[in-house]
Unconditional design. Sequence first.
Length: 387
Amino acid sequence: MENLKAIVIGAGMGGLTAAIALRQAGYSVEIYDRVQELRPAGAGISLWSNGVKVLNRLGLGEKIAKIGGQMDRTAYLAKTGEILTDFSLAPIVEQVGQRPYPVSRTDLQQMLLDAYGADQVQLNAKCVAVEQDADSATAIFADGRRATGDVLVGADGTHSIIRSYVLGQKIERRYVGYVNWNGLVPASPDLAAKNTWAIYVGDGQRASMMPVGGDRFYFFFDVPLPKDTPVPAEGYQTELSGYFKDWAEPVQRLIQRLNPEKTNRVEIHDIEPLQTLVKGRVALLGDSAHSTAPDLGQGGCQAMEDAWVLSNLLLTTNLSAADALKRYEADRKDRVAEIILKARERAAMIHGKVPDKTQQWYTSLAQEDGSAINGAIAKTILKGPLR
Ligand SMILES: Cc1cc2nc3c(=O)[nH]c(=O)nc-3n(C[C@H](O)[C@H](O)[C@H](O)COP(=O)(O)OP(=O)(O)OC[C@H]3O[C@@H](n4cnc5c(N)ncnc54)[C@H](O)[C@@H]3O)c2cc1C
């Protein structure tokens, strides 16, 4: 379809990727975010090859390679420090045709903002309602402003209000059962090899480091805990020292070196897979459509896939905007449902929901040569739209 105007609500990685893709498709785009200043929540992210391919397709390949970490290997270690398995990621890259890039979220956000034009994102614009008629969709903002277009993209994240509009009801997020702490530390060989994603496992917990650009590690810790157990930032190191008391020396060093003020502590939630992603001229995209546990590292990658599929369908079909959006829903619904359910299952296995299964996983890691893990990751990547 030609000469469409798209209104995008939310300038996270999903909304920005969609705005770039839609503009490259020749559409006029307006993007709005509720915040005064865009600061991504969270420290780092692993962009698997399906996400990277979308960025390549949007002309951002060299830029993502520049800010991405050189992650050549994966190593699983027992909490004692004993190596369970250490293998190359080259087979994934060969199979799917693109290496993954762990990146700092700030760098990713900046790259997307530079590509779109940071000054063209309209800030202080909290969308509070949506309406539509046969010809257009309109976002209504808290200050009374309105923005009308041919299509409206709800990229307003996991607490989406546009999701409530599309579904006709508010849905509750579901606690996955564990807390995640994440941040960035300077890379150092006494923490982990600089080209390796190192994951210490034991007691249903994880401590992990992954190289990102700028000679840094993106780190995270996971601990199964009851819901609603907040701790102030100054207590993070003490609580982590308690949960990881008898773990290997590099884990202790990591706890000492992290900056608690710049560490995030997140109770991990997902949502049930949705049957509906679209209402008329309004489409959900990214976490609003499919908040998922991060145990596959696919939430942001799926938002990028959404952006590509949506812009492509608007461009290549011409019955109506609503028809293109229906096709988008049909294309994405099963893909993202599978990711949510797989990530949930993996979260249960990693975090000791059924202790015997977690123990079996540790045993299988000690027998792993990389082919099963690489194969599973490649399979997920190859189900994306850019194969
Ligand atoms: C601990 C953790 C680790 C993760 N690791 C990975 C990983 O390794 N790989 C991966 O691919 N994914 C990962 N994810 C998932 C990834 O972070 C999300 O899928 C991704 O951020 C979703 O992007 P989004 O643009 O849909 O939403 P968001 O990034 O949440 O952006 C939503 C935007 O909408 C704005 N907004 C919200 N409400 C309104 C409103 N009413 N009006 C206007 N603006 C509004 C917000 O201010 C925000 O800027 C992880 C998630 C977590 C929690």
